[in-house]
Design a protein around this ligand. Structure first.
Ligand SMILES: [Zn+2]
Ligand SMILES: [Zn+2]
Ligand SMILES: [Zn+2]
Length: 256
């Protein structure tokens, strides 16, 4: 199983429009972050997690032409605003594109893009099968997907623990707190990517130190900080993190 980070930035991306801070002015590609999203692939299956406003640029950059299913963490626009660009993954397929999300998020997607969920669909448009997973484990191709409920703002939010063969990967881009049962689902993975928005405390996101503390508890072989804001410089964060951890960057690919 491989995990390709298509984007590693927070909701506004980095650089931030109109900001002249050191990170926003940086020409280092590690400091240029599209909105957070990840592509998981095995020899036979590909899964996209989240479809933010940068999906088109991300698909073109990495030549992503098809996905078997889409998982959604929650309804915030930095995770679902690229819905319209999912069309490109629908034109060649006979079946509806499965979009797995929590119940609240499925309902919200149906309100935002009702034409995509109408019986028979809309010619040339996303023909979406919105599937509410209620936290239960399910299979897509050869990947087992375990949704992991987490707390992040007032919106129902999930992370995902994925297993294929002997490899495992966890992805939780937006989280402030995690109930004990969810911590169990994310313990001891080969790699785990967790929200790490900024150094100061934040109301709805883990800060870097909270991320590190949770990583020590969940003990993945590799810990990755993602959904990073513009106040965090890539190499400074790299130096700050313990040895088993690293910052995500756009284009980071993990072989699991
Ligand atoms: Zn977000
Ligand atoms: Zn800035
Ligand atoms: Zn969010």
């Amino acid at each position: 199983m491989k995990a390709l980070f298509l984007g590693s930035g927070t909701s506004v991306g980095v650089p931030v429009i109109g900001c002249g801070c050191e990170v926003c002015r940086s020409t280092d590609p590690h400091n240029r972050r599209l909105r957070s999203s990840v592509l998981i692939t095995t020899d036979s299956t590909s899964l996209l997690i989240d479809f933010g406003p940068d999906l088109r640029a991300q698909a073109l950059r990495h030549n992503i032409t098809a996905v078997d299913a889409v998982l959604c963490t929650h309804e915030h626009l930095d995770h679902v605003a690229g819905f319209d660009d999912l069309r490109a993954f629908c034109w060649a397929r006979e079946e509806l594109l499965p979009i797995y999300a929590g119940g609240q998020c499925v309902e919200r997607l149906k309100t935002m893009y009702p034409w995509a969920f109408e019986p028979g669909g809309y010619r040339g448009y996303v023909r979406a099968h919105g599937i509410c997973h209620h936290g239960r484990e399910f299979r897509v191709g050869d990947i087992m997907v375990q949704p992991v409920p987490v707390m992040h703002s007032s919106v129902e939010t999930y992370g995902y623990a994925l297993r294929a063969g002997s490899s495992s990967f966890g992805y939780v881009p937006d989280v402030k707190e995690m109930p004990p049962a969810s911590r169990e689902l994310l313990s001891g993975l080969d790699a785990l990517a967790l929200d790490g928005l900024c150094f100061p405390q934040h109301r709805t996101h883990l800060c870097i130190d909270e991320n590190i503390a949770l990583m020590h508890e969940l003990a993945p072989k590799r810990g990755i900080v993602t959904h990073i804001g513009h106040r965090v410089e890539h190499h400074a964060l790299e130096d700050y993190l313990p040895d088993f951890m690293q910052p995500a960057f756009d284009g980071l690919e993990l072989e699991l």
